[in-house]
Design a protein around this ligand. Sequence first.
Ligand SMILES: [Ca+2]
Ligand SMILES: [Ca+2]
Ligand SMILES: [Ca+2]
Ligand SMILES: [Ca+2]
Length: 469
Amino acid sequence: MIRNYFLLNLSPVCPRRPQRGLSHKLKSMKLRDISQIILILLFILSLLLIDEIIPANPRSMVNFNHIFGREFSDDNAQALIQTEDGGYAIAGFTWSYGIGGDMWLIKMNSQGIPEWNRTFGGGQKDIARVLLQTSDAGYVLAGSTWSYGAGMNDLWVVKLDNLGNIQWQKSFGGLGEENAFGLVEDLIGGFVVSGYTSSYGAGDRDMWLIRIDSYGNLDWTQTFGGENEDVATSLIQINDGGYILAGYTSSFGAGDKDLWLVKTSPSGDLEWNKTFGGEGRDQATAIVQTPTGYAIAGETRLYNDQYRDFWLVKTDFGGNKQWSETYGGTEREWVETLIHTDDHGFLLAGFSTTLDNTGYSNIFIVKTNVKGEMEWTEQYGGQYHDVASAVIETDKGFLFTGIIDAPKFLPYYSGGNIWLFRTDKNGKLTNESYTSVNLPELVLVASLFPFLVLKHLNLRNKNKSIFRD
Ligand SMILES: [Ca+2]
Ligand SMILES: [Ca+2]
Ligand SMILES: [Ca+2]
Ligand SMILES: [Ca+2]
């Protein structure tokens, strides 16, 4: 076909000397022209190959299975929200884009298609830990900045409009370290941020709670803690207008770290506090309110460091323990996030190293009923270390984000990419989250932005069978 096409078209152009005309043209071609032709042929070939490996309906296959970030660059997700327009937004950290490691915000529409993304930061490291959509339909990010502030890292709050443009940003802290892990918009339009400070308080790190108005002006601050390390990892505002900080204390409790709940008034004054744990390391990573009190997820360890498991503690509204459960295998499980599900149960997500023979962590998900009894678990992952850091429940199931394929794991994940994927209500991958096993591990499918690379990949649903009760 191709030969005929050229013959038919060349003959009228060079009726007297068709063969010589063609060879003459070839001889007179410059090397540059030949390389251009080779490039064009390679491009056509690549189109043919892409046609073979992309499923017939790629949009429905990949919308909720995205990887964000450049390969081998440190990108991670810390927060995931559903937005008022029915879309979704992820906040975290990128080393792939920005300057020297920046906060990263990615906005997607309701179909999971990225609409825009922004990086925020200066020449040093800047990390977003929490994300909220505000009552004015903008966004607020909180985390930590090494680029700005008073010294070391400072707690950093960045207020954005609906399209991600900065309206204001403020850093808070002293000469020591400050970081934010919790954030709520209060009832009168200001923001309350929790985390830790080592510049102020009773010694080492203390839990830090600050209130700022809707323009970022500091209203009040409170520290909670003793002479050792005390950190708030999660924050909720409750019906009386007060706050509950969950985290850990090394200053009080039964030994090493203990899970620590601190209840404050609407103005941040201490009302009560409770510690949970034994001689070993016990800590909270997430807290949610339920109709009967609070549920706190974290980690509990025996003194000899065995059986590091997911831990779920249920309390009444006074912080008194009603029950607790652990979930996990013989190796290490670490919970990053907790939600109270529509069916009144709980979903915990983080990582497990129990079932991967290679020693790499997998995303580990535990679903329980209202009493904390395990209903199902699932594990997902790529080739290297994977962890789920945030989850939201949608009408179709659960949407997870976290880190995939991080070559480095301890003391923290690095070198991985942000991963977004969806499961049904039973934790099973759906058509929208599952890609064909024939696909290579990572396949470039789209580049919607000049500097945002999307990939989708072959999810692995790991076998699970050896969980102790
Ligand atoms: Ca930076
Ligand atoms: Ca500081
Ligand atoms: Ca302290
Ligand atoms: Ca302890």
